[in-house]
Ligand binder design. Sequence first.
Ligand code: ADP
Ligand code: MG
Length: 391
Amino acid sequence: LPRKPLLPNQPGAWLGMMGGGQLGRMFTQAANAMGYQVAVLEPEQGCPAAQIAQHHVSAAYTSKDGLRELVKYARHFTTEFENVPAESLKLLGYEGPVAPSAACVSVAQDRLAEKHFFTRCGTNTGVYPAPHWGISNAKDIAAVKDELLPGILKTVRMGYDGKGQIRVNTREELSAAFDTLKHQTCVLEKMLPLAYEVSVLVARGVDGESVVYPIAENMHRDGILFVTLAPSPNVTADVAKKAQEAALHIISELGYVGVLCIEFFVLKDGSLVVNEMAPRPHNSGHYTIDACVTSQFEQQVRATAQLPLGSTAQHMPAVMLNILGDIWFRLSDTEPVDPPWDQILALPGAKLHLYGKAEARHGRKMGHITFVAPELAQAQKHLVEACRILG
Ligand code: ADP
Ligand code: MG
């Protein structure tokens, strides 16, 4: 192993990470910039993070041998994906600090546990989750109150990017949807009249000090994040303050260490509803790389290494466009063709981030582009132009 600093949390030391996707890659880039070395545990060869990490442990997330190897390298640990087995984080926790902890990740991995927790926080924050009901059998369906319909049935575990959820209008549709989801434990949520959606990134250090980023506004397409606008052009000062305070309360109540992203709905009547949280840096926070003093990934490095957190100040308005694999198939359904990056990079304020994924596939996140500009409207104009170029 390369030289280690005297203290295992100082730059030059190793950080151990569970997962090797794009979030892990950007974490590694931030860690490397600060002089840290990163060891990644991820089964997939050539994954985005392993391409650049200083060491790759190619093993299953639950492999004892794999975890032992990771521990040989690092004494401080983190995860880049939400569905990391909590048991593995617990085992790492015996060897050194894990940000976030197994206990925190467990709450975020279970939509019902998450909603119970948010409801409890609501007493302080005044912000509650959507009306909901847990469903694990036919009896639960029979007990659903009429006012929860129409609603959305979501699997309690493993849902992301709109997967594992079905919209239902009637009790009969609910029953059929529960069959489609193979009777996995679910939660039915009342369908709410959304005006727009925002997310709040927060981070908390081991000393309990917390920081919050500006409110970002998110637009989805086919369940996948499409565009993030930061700061949100729609949010009022009141709602922004309420969302940030709620996020800060939630992160401290959880006793969380690291970067946490909390999604909120703003309803047509202006009220705020807390939807879900991701226990890691988040797609809607990618703009922080180019537009904030401390990116969400640097913040995660600092929290993981138990260093002081950095400023969340945003120095320029920004919009982020996700680049999905679909763009490679504009010209042909079978032969992927690289997009005209030269035209994209000619746009003012364009910052291109590609994740090194070998194969473009429909719906696969391949990268993102952030446009920064002195005015949000200008950045939006360049984004529209980019969408035109990319088809
Ligand atoms: P995922 O884990 O897939 O992101 P979400 O709970 O965020 O799951 O739901 C995905 C999207 O579905 C949300 O971004 C929102 O647009 C819509 N949605 C989810 N729950 C509700 C609800 N209760 N009422 C209205 N729209 C909802
Ligand atoms: Mg979501």
